[in-house]
Design a protein around this ligand. Structure first.
Ligand code: ADP
Ligand code: ZN
Length: 518
């Protein structure tokens, strides 16, 4: 059967081989297993169900939440002679009926539907009359209340599975799934967790950089000068920030477009098309930009604000280099952006019990911004994909600073946290170590602690940075919530006892601050 799959890949799509992850997934489906495929955007999910759909008898029902993309997906299939159709709210009742009737007579191998269809009892009973051999669930994270895009209608999928005269093969796909979400998907859909595959997150042509403490505006202007001829996306966190940066760029003579939910449809379409056709090189946007945009020659993605979590970050950064050419993903880190994201979490309408989860995810972005390990491997680890050799090109791999023994600094920090009874956040700890006379420090009597002012030769920001590095490296843990508290991990206890060293690539210049000769 797998031979045939390869044959069809060549025949319909013109490709010679499957990608490694596709191969595992397709082989599992063809040997009769339900699967969950976790693959990033561009990883090649569609082929994972389209080829089996061709090999299986009857029809494959594809559940997809993106009504706006369904027509394109179906057009793409029909253009390569794969019989497919879609049924969604853009059709009239009689058009939908016609398509169902044709489906009953075997006119299609794939039918795309929106999950909301399944809410209709009439539609569900029509499904019973179709020879469905497989259900492919795209954007499967929408079924999980822990996912960032929960769609109640997705919960109708398990119901439909129970209702069909014979359970079809179930294949689910998503680009973004944390452990909780993965467990939710396999449980709700009855997929054997052994057949969940994480794959394809490594994008070899992308180079990751994290820069802390840059002046945002200066950096962007300087960077854009260097990449003038190339297309790129600049992501900012808020509409206001997008508007400001966009105006600034125009004023500086750059041709740039912008995109956010506050623009009119005409404006959005205009800028989007100008960008797609290379009439403008730069797109300044919020995270509203990108869904379904397949521009292959994006050479850089610049995040001027911290995204809310790793999933969003990687999805946005991953819009660079779809053509496989070397491309750059740069994240500018500023502590205020963490505050901004916290504010957005607090303001959001999400259920309160989801908030701790969101804070935790936000923290993984902060960790990413402070880790000293290979950034690519940090990402792969986050997504549970297999780690690779350190990439050698990310800002951490390239960091020439020597591995420094910061055991003493770490001990000072740990001991201060201990003396503050592990009940406060990173910034207050830093203020105490700095010897700040701020109100809160005095109010709690922390100026009486032996660790007060113990690191006064450092800038407060350097101390905070250092604390974040120690969090990212697992010496310290942060509690969840809006006001996370720093606690010591077992590793830190060892360091305090002098049983372990802390070696990090980090630039510390306490002396300079003291003598003021910089
Ligand atoms: P996803 O749905 O995961 O975002 P797609 O299915 O749209 O990804 O595939 C992304 C791109 O990769 C498409 O242009 C597709 O034709 C291409 N592609 C998929 N599988 C292969 C393969 N085995 N060999 C070469 N290109 C592939
Ligand atoms: Zn690296």
């Amino acid at each position: 059967m797998f031979e045939q799959a390869l044959h069809l890949l060549k025949k319909y799509y013109g490709y010679d081989s499957f990608r490694k992850g596709q191969e595992r997934i397709i082989a599992s489906i063809l040997s009769g297993h339900d699967v969950l495929g976790i693959m990033p955007t561009g990883g090649g999910k569609s082929i994972c169900y389209q080829i089996p759909a061709l090999l299986l008898p009857g029809v494959t029902l594809v559940i997809s939440p993106l009504i706006s993309l369904m027509k394109d997906q179906v057009d793409a299939l029909t253009s390569i002679d794969i019989p497919a159709t879609y049924i969604n709210s853009s059709l009239t009742q009689s058009q939908a009926e016609e398509r169902m009737e044709a489906a009953r007579h075997g006119a299609y191998k794939l039918i795309y539907i929106a999950p909301e269809r399944l809410d209709s009892e009439r539609f569900r009973s029509q499904l019973e009359t179709l020879p469905i051999s497989m259900i492919a669930i795209d954007e499967a994270h929408c079924i999980s209340q822990w996912g960032h895009d929960f769609r109640p209608s997705y919960l109708a999928v398990p119901k439909v599975l129970d209702l069909l005269p014979q359970r079809p093969l179930v294949t689910a796909f998503t680009a973004t799934a944390t452990t909780e979400v993965t467990l939710d998907i396999v449980e709700l859909l009855g997929i054997d967790p052994e057949y969940s595959f994480v794959t394809g997150f490594n994008r070899e042509n992308l180079t990751f950089k994290v820069l802390r403490g840059e002046n945002k505006r200066d950096f962007v202007l300087h960077y854009l000068e260097q990449v003038r001829e190339q297309a790129g996306v600049i992501y900012a966190a808020t509409r206001k920030e997008v508007d400001t940066l966009h105006a600034e760029l125009l004023q500086r003579g750059f041709t740039a477009g912008k995109y956010h939910a506050g623009l009119s449809d005409e404006e959005k379409t205009l800028y989007q098309e100008q960008f797609l056709y290379d009439d403008i090189r730069i797109m300044v946007a919020t995270n509203a930009f990108g869904m379904g945009i397949d521009k292959s020659n994006v050479r850089y993605v610049l995040h001027v604000n911290l995204p809310k979590n790793m999933e969003s970050y990687y999805q946005e950064a991953g819009r660079a280099g779809r053509d496989g050419e070397p491309s750059e993903c740069i994240l500018l880190y500023h502590p205020q952006d963490v505050q901004l994201q916290k504010f957005l979490i607090e303001q959001s309408v999400m259920a309160p019990e989801r908030k701790p989860q969101e804070y935790k995810k936000l923290q993984t972005m902060v960790d990413f911004s402070h880790t000293t390990r290979c950034l690519r491997n940090y990402i792969l680890e986050y997504f549970d994909d297999e780690a690779v050799e350190p990439c050698g090109v990310c800002s951490n791999c390239k960091d020439e600073s020597e591995l420094k023994d910061i055991t003493v600094e770490a001990q000072k920090i740990f001991s201060c946290i201990y003396r503050m009874k592990e009940r406060f956040g990173a910034s207050l700890v830093a203020q105490v170590l700095k010897g700040s006379a701020n109100k809160k420090v005095l109010q709690f009597g922390f100026d009486k602690l032996p660790t007060y002012g113990l690191m006064k030769s450092y800038k407060e920001k350097e101390i905070t940075d250092l604390i974040h590095v120690l969090i990212a490296e697992g010496y310290l843990v942060l509690t969840d919530g809006q006001y996370p508290v720093v606690r010591l991990d077992a590793q830190a206890a060892q360091v305090l006892k002098g049983q372990a060293q802390v070696l990090q690539k980090i630039r510390l210049r306490p002396e300079k601050t003291v003598s003021g000769d910089n």
